[in-house]
Design a protein around this ligand. Structure first.
Ligand code: IPM
Ligand code: MG
Length: 377
């Protein structure tokens, strides 16, 4: 899955909006310092394009992503369906355009089935919950409750079919079509196998001892049942790695109680979303959560935080998450040495504590952090 080094790369550069623009600017300073032989190609994406064109992820950006080695993505403002409709340009209103998160679409369109979220407590970070936390989350990234199969108004045919097929549906069958809504949690065997195998392969390649399968199979028996069952099957192929499993609710408690019990976590999409935020908070919060959306042909790297419109223009947010995302991109491209340089310099800046953004108790600006990291390379 990991690439082999090339002499020249094409990287799609997708700042998005809000502070996405600022943190990507910071990451660029660091990438330039390691002299990555790359052409960075800007792609339009984000709230402005929704308002002006009715599409936050325009076709031209999709085409750009078909022709690059990897992409860096900043952040995007998104709003609930009704609020989004109100901000459309007048000529686009009333056309039935529906806002869907560009990053979720991107993950599905390009089958970026792995969401890789390493969470490491860098020594000296005053925001660490405990020292030495080093947990890696493998989140399934295209299925589950993110499948996009949802009904705000439930069609009669669907209600009829469900009343024939499902006993528990009796409770809902006399409701009117818009008195309830349905969001489908769809998990395929193939998609589940792919993410679980990826987590075990990672554990094997990196000498990790344990993989914990996160689920709620005691209640959500069909879909999470598959997830756990396949986890157990695949684990047999990796006799040197311990298989562990836990319900998502208990998992949140145990993670806080003893983070050292965990090594690699693998989870369906929504639980992975939740658990990765919890992990990020244990190693410093929004400023440290980095993420790779990885498929066979393309990988897109991003900070996990949002676009924080209220901070936009102030250059005050912590860019470390995005700088670590750039490091992940280099790892994926096979640029191990350059990646290691960025991580080492970032760790040094964190440890020294001379340059810090507000979240870490300092008053330095976004680009000051990037320059301090670049100076150590
Ligand atoms: C994340 C985010 C996204 C998600 C949102 C912005 C759609 O929370 O990357 O974790 O839910 O996957
Ligand atoms: Mg999230």
């Amino acid at each position: 899955m990991k690439r082999t080094k090339k002499e020249h790369y094409k990287i799609a550069w997708l700042p998005g909006d809000g502070i996405g623009i600022e943190v990507l600017e910071a990451a660029k300073i660091v990438l330039d310092k390691v002299n990555l032989p790359a052409e960075y190609i800007h792609g339009d994406i984000g709230w402005d394009y929704w308002c002006k064109e009715g599409d936050a992820f325009p076709e031209r950006t999709i085409n750009l992503l078909k022709n690059v080695d990897a992409a860096m993505f900043g952040a995007i403002t998104s709003k609930p369906v009704k609020a989004a409709e109100e901000e459309l340009a007048p000529e686009l209103k009333g056309k039935g355009l529906i806002y869907r998160s560009p990053i979720v679409r991107m993950r599905q369109l390009f089958d970026l089935y792995i969401c890789l979220r390493p969470t490491k407590a860098y020594p000296g970070n005053p925001l660490n919950f405990r020292n030495d936390i080093d947990i890696v989350v493998y989140r399934e990234n295209t299925e589950d409750l993110y499948s996009g199969v949802e009904f705000n108004t439930v069609p009669d045919e669907l209600a009829e079919t469900l009343s024939k097929l499902s006993k528990p549906f009796d409770k809902f069958k006399n409701l009117k079509s818009n008195d309830y809504a349905i969001s489908c949690k769809i998990n395929t065997r193939k998609g589940t196998e792919k993410i679980i195998r990826a987590a075990f392969e990672f554990a094997k390649a990196n000498n990790r001892k344990k993989v914990t399968v996160v689920h709620k199979a005691n209640v959500v028996r069909a879909t999470d049942g598959i997830f756990l069952e396949i986890g157990k099957e695949i684990a047999k192929e990796y006799p040197n790695i311990i298989l562990d499993d836990a319900n998502i609710d208990a998992m949140t408690m145990w993670l806080l109680k003893n983070p050292y019990n965990y090594d690699v976590l693998v989870a369906p999409n929504l639980y992975g979303d939740i658990i990765s935020d919890l992990c990020a908070q244990m190693v410093g919060g929004l400023g440290f959560g980095c993420s790779g959306n990885i498929g066979e042909d393309l990988a897109v790297f991003e900070p996990t935080h949002g676009s924080a419109p209220k901070y936009f223009g102030q250059y005050k947010v912590n860019p470390i998450a995005t700088i670590l995302a750039a490091k992940m991109m280099l790892d994926w491209l096979g640029e191990d040495e350059r990646a290691a340089k960025i991580e080492k310099a970032t760790a040094e800046v964190i440890k020294e504590g001379k340059v810090r953004t507000y979240d870490m108790g300092g008053d330095d600006k976004t680009l000051d952090i990037a320059k301090a990291i670049a100076d150590k390379i």
